[in-house]
Design a protein around this ligand. Sequence first.
Ligand code: HEC
Ligand code: HEC
Length: 647
Amino acid sequence: MSAIRTIVDWLDDRAGVRELVNEALYESVPGGSRWRYVWGSALVMAFVTQALTGIFLWMAYSPSTQTAWESVYYIEHEMAGGWLLRGIHHYMAQMMIVLLAIHFIQVVWDGAYRAPRELNFVIGLVLMLVVLGLSFTGYLLPWDQKGYWATNVGTELASQAPIAGVALKKLAVGGSDYGHHTLTRFFALHAGVLPALLVGFLVLHIMLFRRHGLHAKDRNRAPDTTFWPDQVLKDSVASLGILAAVLALTVWKGAELMAPADAANPYDAARPEWYFLFLFQFLKWFPGELEIWGAFIIPGIVVAVLFVMPWIGRSKAGHLLNVALMGVLFGGAAFLTAQALYDDNFAAWNEKTEDNAARYEASQGFLDAKQEAEHEARRVIELARSPAKIPPTGALTLVYNDPYLQGPKLYKQNCAGCHNYADPENSDLRWAYLVNKNPSAPNLFGVGTRKWISGLLDPKQIVSAHYFGYAGSPFVGDGDQTDMVDFIQESLSEDLDNEQRQAIQTAFKKIAAALSAEARLPSQAEADARDAEMITEGRALLTGGLADLLESGTSCTDCHTFGEMQDIGSPVLDDYMSRRWLLDFLSNASDERFYGELNDRMPAFAPHDDLRLNQLDHKSLELIVDWLRSDWYRPSQDTDASETANP
Ligand code: HEC
Ligand code: HEC
């Protein structure tokens, strides 16, 4: 004990610590300690939490367009305790906004802004603006789709500002383009300028608070007490409660990380953080030219009124007016927030009718885009975790090289106009939006699988819309049938007796297995290896054996090439639906090896000189082919079956 006392004495002699500590702890609390005074301390606690977690996040964060998302991914998914750190920082930031609102309400309600505390009220408002600035700049830093596009809206708005708008935007964005320099600037603001301002104003705020003493709501409520221990206890309990809430949110939900920002892929469902949502909704009232009213003039007036509140509140009537204004403000913000949420979720909560069609569709668009973005985010993280990891060019490369993400997009643009992509047995497919109700080409879901080929060799299915019975097909109809349809229907005609039918069906089953093995689908590798015998039999049937079973005495190789080159114009079945076969086929389906002259509209997609025609670069072709073949990275065997085309 005496050693400590010696040190304290020494410090006291030189720095007067005793007096400082006494002043800090034994500050008088007139009317006794109260729960309503805890908000200021809670805010200080929140800020200290943000500073501490922020510094540790800083140690792992790397602000550039090619590393920002990647480093946040690292923090969230690989760094020990990183998710906790980021989660606390994420939720405490939102908690700070809530605490600020409560603190503000309490101060105005209690009239704590009256002389001589006006200046401190003004400093408090400045602190509030600084915190909002911290939130706004922080939202961009993960450089994900959500932050990127939401902040883009914000900076775009800045350019509408009267007089200095364009300059302001240029300053914030760091040039004419929104991108890397925006990120570095926002980071400097978020981790440097704004925290420094916050600390400066916070010190002033607390100094002035100490100077005037606590504004007691009701001096005679209870005997006066001192800050320590009564109020400190209440403050600590409140702070711990808040910390516990933040921890609970972190454990329960965690901070979200969407897919990496992509300037070429606008995210329509981007929304600001929930506490800015009311502004977002408010702006909808001011379309086009009027926007500056919603974005600057009215908010500017509101903020100006806030700053003069202490002077308005000098009289009793003025104070009541302030309280009323505050009520309108918070009530209005709550209403607008609720409205924004309702608009966005309208389609989820209402039936579509004729009257609400436009509203319904806007909401549906939002919900779809959101779902798609969340799906994409999960996938990128899955890829980043794969053994291949994030390449040096950044995580966006993962997005662009992934058949699972790009295949459906390319398909939608280039193929969905004619083809269908639907699982006949499971309408719950992830790519339900690719279903074509009126296809004019075969169904491509599961091409090359045993099941798909078996369907083609089935007399009923081959003339269905899933195969050659699509709308406008030249292959089905009176007399004008192609040889393939004829062949299948005759082979399994009604006249057969049961035994014959069964023998032929078994043969077709083996043929389907053999033909499907040509595709070498990764998802069927196991089955192909297991059924090697059946496949050998199938090959024998295909190349002539079938003829013995059929009345027509034909076999597949009477028309098709398989193994030995035939000079007949039907698709070559060697390597049928393999990666190579499909790439060549898509390049030019009218080639001799494929449909030749029989081709019904299937375009040639290979890059060629004729600019008028459809064409795709090699990379896009590969992405579509890999997607059609369900050949994409999977973290483990047990993936969701509904997302896998090949059973
Ligand atoms: C203009 C309509 C049209 C477009 C666009 C189109 N196809 Fe086709 N495709 C067809 C038709 C019709 C057939 C069947 C033609 C035939 O048998 O002669 C076909 C056949 C195919 C086949 C052969 C398998 C089967 O079901 O018989 C594949 C694979 C295929 N298309 C893939 C694609 C892909 C991938 C795209 C987009 C990159 C695409 N197609 C774009 C019309 C189209
Ligand atoms: C009488 C001739 C003939 C016989 C026999 C025949 N096919 Fe075909 N087959 C065709 C023709 C012609 C096409 C092309 C139709 C078109 O243009 O879409 C075709 C198309 C196909 C296709 C679809 C190719 C594609 O990508 O669109 C497959 C698969 C196929 N045949 C497999 C077989 C198998 C397996 C057998 C034996 C069980 C067989 N064929 C017997 C003539 C025949």
